[in-house]
Structures are given as C-alpha cells and as structure tokens.
Design a protein around this ligand. Structure first.
Ligand SMILES: C[S@@+](CC[C@H](N)C(=O)[O-])C[C@H]1O[C@@H](n2cnc3c(N)ncnc32)[C@H](O)[C@@H]1O
Length: 301
C-alpha cells in the first residue's frame, strides 16, 4: 500500500476524525442555502437521461450525498471515503433522513487503489480532490467510472472561511489575515493541490468543461444559530496547524477566541461574519468514443 505522506504529521485518526466530522456537519448546517443552490444548478446541467447513480468522492459525513439524494429523487448514491468513522456517521444521518436504502458506503484509500465501482451518471467531489496525492490519476479513475456523457462536479474552496473583523478589541489588528497567510504556508507543504487550477487538470484528463461558477458566500448578522460553533471549530482546526508559524501574542489571542466562554470568545461575539468562496467546475465525459482509450480501464501513466 502507498503511504499517504501528507497525513504523516496529523494526530491519531480517531480524534482527528471526530473533530473533522463536527466541522463538516457544521459546515453543512451553516452553509445550507449555498449547497442547495449548487445542487439545483448541477441538477439542471445534468439534464437527460435522468441521473440514476451518483458517486460522492471523499464524502465525509455525507453533506453532498444527502443533498444530492434530495435533489435527484430517482437516484441512488455511493459514498466513498477513507474514514470508517465518517462513513458510519453518514449512514446514521441517511437513516434519520429516511434514505438509508438509497446509499451504499465504500471505504477506500484512493491514494492506494480504487475499488471496482459500476458506471455512474454523476460524480461529486467536494473539497476532496485536493487531498489526493496524484490528482491526474484520480481524474483518470473518475473518467473511467463515469458513463460516457456523465457529469463530474468538482467543488473546491478558494480559501478557508473567514469570520473575524480586523479589529477584535484584543491583540494586534489583522489576526485572521495573518492566520490565513500562515495556514497557506502550512498547506503549501501538506496539501500542495489546495487551490490548484482544476480547470486545466480536468481538460488534460479528457473532460469537457461545461461551466465554472464561483459561489461567493458572505453571511452577515443575523447568522444561522450554529455560526459561532462553526467559527470555533474552523479556527480550532486552523490553530492545530499554526504552532511555530505565528507569534506567541497572536497564538494567545487566537486561543482566547477559541477557548473562552467570556465575551471575547467566538461563541459569544456579535461581530462575526462568514466569508468564503467555493468554486464549482462541472465537466462532462464526452459522449463519443474517447480519443484517450480509457475504455478498458487501463491507465497509461
Ligand atoms: C474536507 S473533507 C470533505 C467532505 C465532504 N465531501 C464535504 O464536502 O463535506 C475531505 C474528505 O476526503 C476524505 N479523503 C481524504 N483523503 C482520502 C483518500 N486518500 N481516499 C479517500 N478519501 C479521502 C477525507 O476523509 C474527508 O472526508
């Protein structure tokens, strides 16, 4: 099995997965309306014939899977992820939503080997492709699993969400901007594909790009009820990458923001906003015979 080098320095899978699960669920709750807009748009682009089978690649806790099952009433979904804990959470949520019989989960490390999956009409990859060690290979596999004429939706964050005003009333102004600069540096080492140009990756893999759409999210008060917890979970995750990358003063301010029950903590603040951009590319596997002879599933590289 391949070692997945970019995970080497992370805490043990269990705790990291639990924190990740909480963050993904909060993300789904707080950004619900944009997700709904996005699935409506993809549904429109998918057109005929009706979408029967969907693959959610790097499904996490099922944010995309569940939204897609709701949008595509006649479809079943395969949710694929490396994490058994996240897939368990996904199955629990599917049961609560009454769609358990329409979801199958597949646990696999896509950096190692791809499981055999029957052809699908739609592949959804939300914030997951940048985790792959070899995106070109991942896209070749996606191409092979899509029926000719099928669609791939790639959703990637332009940057992590921002929550804080420049002036917090504590510490030096501009803390969050410095956080993001330090995070970008950390991710440059751990996740070099974050912020990649997926359009050209997709073209090189043989897809036709149908559309590219940046979803610009800017929520101002009154925020959804879970906004404070979402900010806290996001900033905590950021904090775990920032040791030694920011000044002691900045880290102390950040700790106060994420730990405090007092008025300075993000759970209590009334000056939060949520700003982030998620860009979506919708690409089609051409319907005609492919010039790249992927039909046998054999990859040339
Ligand atoms: C940022 S999360 C996105 C989850 C979900 N798509 C969403 O939008 O909420 C990235 C997901 O990719 C999964 N992942 C990362 N590396 C993977 C790999 N090598 N094989 C399979 N899944 C992987 C992670 O476990 C995680 O659930």
């Amino acid at each position: 099995m391949d070692s997945h080098h970019h995970h080497e320095h992370q805490p043990p899978a269990g705790t990291d997965d639990a924190a990740m699960a909480g963050l993904l669920d909060l993300d789904a709750e707080v950004l619900h309306s944009y997700l709904s807009e996005m699935t409506a748009w993809v549904h429109e682009l998918a057109g005929d014939p009706p979408t029967r089978r969907i693959l959610d690649l790097g499904s996490g806790t099922g944010t995309g899977t569940l939204a897609l099952l709701q949008r595509f009433a006649g479809a079943d979904a395969i949710a694929l992820d490396i994490s058994p804990q996240l897939l368990q959470r996904l199955r629990d949520k599917a049961r609560v939503a009454g769609v358990a019989d329409r979801v199958r989960t597949v646990q696999a490390d896509l950096d190692a080997s791809w499981p055999a999956i029957e052809p699908v009409d739609l592949v959804w990859a939300s914030s997951s492709l940048h985790h792959m060690a070899d995106p070109a290979r991942a896209l070749a596999e996606v191409f092979a699993v899509l029926r000719p004429g099928g669609l791939l939706a790639v959703i990637e964050m332009d940057s992590f969400p921002r929550f804080l005003p420049d002036h917090l009333g504590l510490g030096r102004p501009g803390l969050e901007a410095r956080c993001h600069a330090a995070l970008a540096e950390a991710h440059g080492e751990e996740l070099p594909q974050l912020g990649a140009d997926w359009g050209s990756h997709l073209s090189r893999a043989g897809f036709t790009i149908e559309a590219r759409r940046p979803f610009v999210i800017h929520l101002t008060p009154p925020l959804p009820a879970a906004a404070g917890r979402y900010a806290q979970a996001s900033l905590r995750r950021a904090r775990s990458h920032l040791d030694g990358r920011m000044s002691a003063d900045d880290l102390a301010t950040l700790d106060l923001l994420i730990d405090s029950d007092g008025p300075d903590g993000v759970l209590q603040r009334d000056d939060l906003t949520i700003r982030t951009t998620r860009t979506t590319w919708v690409a089609r596997r051409p319907a005609g015979p492919s010039s790249r002879s992927r039909a046998s599933g054999q990859l040339s590289s």
